[in-house]
Design a protein around this ligand. Structure first.
Ligand code: PLP
Length: 466
């Protein structure tokens, strides 16, 4: 079969408008060089995120119509709960409106000020939610996961050395649980091996501390295990998922990723007391425990999406499409993180624009230029998103990598459209030293990348000579 063959036919289409370079230039300036504030009607190919941007199937749309809107104990909740228990295997299933709400419940209930939560790499909302309750979000990914040139099969793996150092430094009383993000979004959508998950779980057991998964892309992670890890070639995707989740005591999940819906999430926990504490907060903030901030129809669409995401043909297409974009970039000489992840290609902005110092946001410059030159919306995963204060020294620390994420929505764009994106990246890189750095003129207290206002350094143009 063809590489990345689409295992579907297109039933409904949505028109995309074209814009001129001048119009995009004007819109970007008005948006403070922050593509989060550019109207989607002026975007040609939108790779800002794969979160909630996927196309639902005919069966999911049907589920929306047949959803049960009863306030309590609806049929749709039953379907949601049964499907999640079948795959994840945890005792308590707590619906939330999206992933960060699940994080908020878990961290508010379990993390006290001064506590430390290790993770391979915390996603931005995860880090922010830990810090919001006074905790310390600690990244313990293996060094391999921080080397953008290294070709290795499981660059999401956690370093057992860093993890045990964290326990030595802070003591296990300050560590309420350990998290493992599958796949590791902020480290390039890289998978975590079953072997590593088992080792982390064994270490956690030894320490008497639970392991909680950030499960947003669990099916993509399972597909990588099936393809790359010895002994898993003939194991089914669902069985791999079950084996993985059996290693932990719960998970947070954004259904906007691997549940193939536009909104939704959940928190799963085995521990009755933790689940009770989270449910108390749920009722306060989200809704009754059988809908948690979602409509019955949304729960039904999540259940259907979770069944569909386990299809090996879907996963081969999904991950194959992302890999294909990476190969195009290779042909054009555009540096990106190797190997390509499950949901996105991450351009290496430090190597694309080596003349721009990290303090001038090279990844944000690439993001801004991609929009102006081609109408492509990507997202910065570099200093703007991840610069943070060292908890010990109080100094600002830039992240290791300056990445531009091209996140591919699920079942939305064709190979032709992604070829256009690859060409756009090459075009931006060719602008080279004509591109100037950026500086922040306003920022909020946290999660600044969403709303920060920037301008080219010194107030000049982004692209010299125009
Ligand atoms: C998207 C994401 C989240 C947060 O989920 P939302 O639905 O956007 O709130 C948490 N962790 C990871 C790894 C994610 O990719």
């Amino acid at each position: 079969m063809d590489f990345a063959f689409e295992p579907y036919r297109i039933k409904v289409v949505e028109k995309i408008e074209r814009t001129s370079r001048e119009e995009r230039q004007r819109l970007l300036v008005a948006a403070g060089y922050n593509v989060f504030k550019v109207p989607s009607s002026a975007i040609y190919v939108d790779l800002l995120t794969d979160s909630g941007t996927g196309a639902m199937s005919d069966l999911q749309w049907s589920a929306l119509m047949s959803g049960d809107e009863a306030y309590a104990c609806s049929r749709s909740f039953k379907d949601f709960e049964d499907t999640i228990r079948d795959i994840f295997g945890y005792k308590h299933v707590i619906p939330t409106h999206q992933g960060r709400a699940a994080e908020g419940l878990l961290f508010t209930a379990m993390v006290k000020p001064g506590m430390v939560v290790p993770n391979n790499i915390h996603f931005d909302t995860t880090r922010a939610n830990v810090e919001h309750v006074g905790g310390i979000a600690l990244d313990c990914v293996d060094d391999a996961g921080l080397d953008p040139r290294l070709e290795a099969p499981f660059k999401g793996d956690m370093s057992l050395r860093k993890l045990s150092q964290a326990f030595e430094k802070y003591g296990k009383d300050r560590i309420p649980f350990v998290m493992l993000t599958i796949t590791n979004n902020s480290g390039g959508g890289q998978p975590v091996s079953m072997g590593n998950a088992k080792a982390v779980a064994a270490f956690c057991r030894e320490m008497g501390v639970p392991l909680i998964f950030d499960a947003c892309r669990f099916a993509e992670n399972a597909w990588f295990i099936q393809q790359r890890e010895a002994g898993y070639r003939d194991v089914g995707i669902k069985d791999i998922c079950r084996e993985m989740f059996a290693l932990g005591s719960g998970c947070t999940m954004s259904a906007k990723k691997d549940a193939l819906v536009n909104i939704g999430g959940f928190l799963c926990l085995d521990n009755d007391d933790w689940a009770q504490a989270a449910t108390n907060l749920l009722i306060l903030r989200e809704g009754f425990p059988t809908y948690g901030g979602l409509a019955g129809r949304d729960l039904a669409a999540v259940a259907q999406g979770l069944r569909e995401v386990l299809d090996p043909d879907y996963l081969a297409y999904r991950i194959g499409q992302v890999a294909r974009l990476g190969e195009r970039l290779d042909e054009l000489g555009v540096p990106h993180l190797k190997p390509t992840g499950g949901h996105a290609v991450y351009l290496d902005a430090k190597r694309m624009l080596p003349h721009i110092p990290q303090a001038q946001f090279p990844a944000q410059v690439v993001t801004a230029a991609l929009y102006v030159e081609a109408g492509v919306r990507a997202v910065e995963i570099g200093s703007l998103m991840f610069e943070h204060r060292d908890p010990d020294t109080g100094k600002l620390v830039p992240p290791e990598m300056e990445l531009v994420r091209l996140a591919v929505p699920r079942r939305v764009y064709t190979h032709t459209q992604l070829d256009y994106v690859a060409d756009a990246c090459a075009k931006v890189m060719a602008l080279g030293e004509r591109l100037n750095g950026l500086e922040v003129t306003w920022e909020p207290p946290s999660l600044r990348h969403f709303t920060a206002v920037l301008r080219p350094v010194g107030g000049g143009p982004l692209l010299a000579g125009l």
